[in-house]
Design a binder for this molecule. Structure first.
Ligand code: GLV
Ligand code: MN
Ligand code: MN
Length: 404
């Protein structure tokens, strides 16, 4: 099957009628359906499928009895942000399967195993921490911290994994699994305008900018919207809203910076209730980490000042931090030799390839997105570009696996 026809087959899974687009939180019914679909498709191709102790799915194409070392790995994720597009994650998974199918069709043989990997909770939309699967695999996040993370219903990751047949006691770094990978190439839909004006549908990734998520809690005094005079209030919504504006102003003053508040939760959240607490999630990114840290410090200091002025208190905690990543220069060079017309792109989006990069040579391929929009139902790729991306990945897997 082609990558575009596989994507079309998934078009109804996890549609979100309220938000538009797709909502596929990790291990919720839609993502579980995609995981089952992946296992069935991988088995149809004769791949040997295993789910590891961190919930990653590995689908191996190799000769029985051969050692699983120096594998050429590819893959991506199946979970989505709330109301996301159809391509962010699944494009890399279907392209990987289509590439393997194509290599089988042309009778490709290799001493190096090829393996397709599905990473759980790449977006962090359920537990707040992105790239949780690859983070656990590599030890970038500790098992203790990850297992105690709670989703919006108060369900811990430990409980969720347990319900899905993954033993929480065995979750954690898996250096033996990582050591099996000799090179990792993740294909992903381009999430900005990097390819929009180019004649090429595919680019090779060069770097991911540093990025992190901070939770700012504003605590005030819950009260009645009608009986509490303006002069008698300690309303945490006021410094929360002012901090949103302060973050925007601060980031605009720093070339290359991006600061976003995409989620804000007032408690208890009634339209005639002055909130007692407001939680604000701040996402800040910059290519240069020595610029990113002071920017976050400045926004946090402003949040403190604004809270004090409103008679409120703040607590700031870092929920995740992903340092800037420069993909493996030799692997980039190989990919560009194989795809000589592909552009070279840096990205502001995080990926499992970025988490794996310090542990094994990693690189990425990006597929043109003519809307230039992502994390939105407007994210898009033409079928021809989807299939060109899968073809590019096929070439990369074929050539990489042909050499030690
Ligand atoms: C993941 O897509 C991220 O960059 O937030
Ligand atoms: Mn994403
Ligand atoms: Mn993604």
């Amino acid at each position: 099957m082609t990558a575009s026809s596989m994507l079309a087959a998934l078009a109804d899974v996890g549609r979100d009628p309220a938000r538009g687009g797709y909502s596929r939180p990790v291990f919720a019914p839609a993502e579980l359906e995609l995981r089952e679909w992946f296992v069935a498709e991988a088995r149809r191709l004769g791949l040997d499928v295993e789910t590891d102790r961190n919930g990653l799915i590995w689908a191996w194409w190799d000769a029985p009895g051969r050692p699983r070392t120096n594998a050429v790995a590819t893959g991506s994720h199946l979970d989505s942000v709330p109301g996301g597009g159809a391509f962010d994650g699944p494009l890399g998974v279907v392209s990987a399967l289509a590439a393997v199918e194509q290599l089988q069709a042309i009778g490709h043989t290799s001493d190096r195993p090829i393996v397709v990997v599905v990473f759980p909770e790449e977006e962090g939309s359920r537990y707040g921490v992105p790239c949780l699967g690859s983070g656990l695999l590599t030890g970038t996040i500790s098992a203790d911290r990850a297992l105690s993370l709670k989703d919006e219903y108060g369900d811990t990751l430990a409980e969720l994994l347990d319900r899905n047949g993954i033993d929480p006691a065995r979750v954690g770094p898996d250096p033996d699994a990582v050591r099996r990978i000799g090179a990792f190439v993740e294909l992903h839909v381009e999430q900005g305008r990097g390819l929009v004006d180019l004649a090429e549908p595919v680019a090779v990734g060069r770097s991911i900018i540093g990025h992190g998520r901070w939770k700012l809690r504003f605590e005030g005094h819950g009260n009645h919207a009608g009986t509490t005079l303006m002069s008698d209030r300690n309303d945490p919504m006021i410094p929360a809203a002012q901090t949103v504006l302060a973050a925007e102003t601060a980031a605009r003053a720093v070339p290359g910076a991006r600061a976003t508040v995409g989620k804000l939760v007032p408690v208890p959240g009634g339209s005639n209730v002055i909130a007692s607490t407001v939680d604000v999630w701040l996402d800040v990114r910059h290519p240069d980490e020595s610029t990113l840290a002071p920017l976050v410090a400045e926004i946090s200091a402003q949040a403190d000042r604004l809270a004090i002025a409103a008679g409120c208190r703040t607590q700031v905690s870092c929920e995740s931090y992903s340092p800037a990543v420069h993909f493996d220069p030799d692997l980039i060079r190989r990919c560009r030799e194989i795809l000589p017309t592909a552009a070279l792109l840096d990205t502001g989006a995080g990926h499992d390839a970025g988490v794996l990069a310090p542990y094994t040579p990693s690189a990425m391929l990006f597929v043109r997105n003519p809307s230039g929009v992502s994390h939105s139902p407007e994210e898009y790729a033409e079928d021809d570009d989807v299939d060109a991306g899968a073809h590019a990945l096929t070439e990369v897997l074929a050539k990489l696996s042909a050499t030690a």
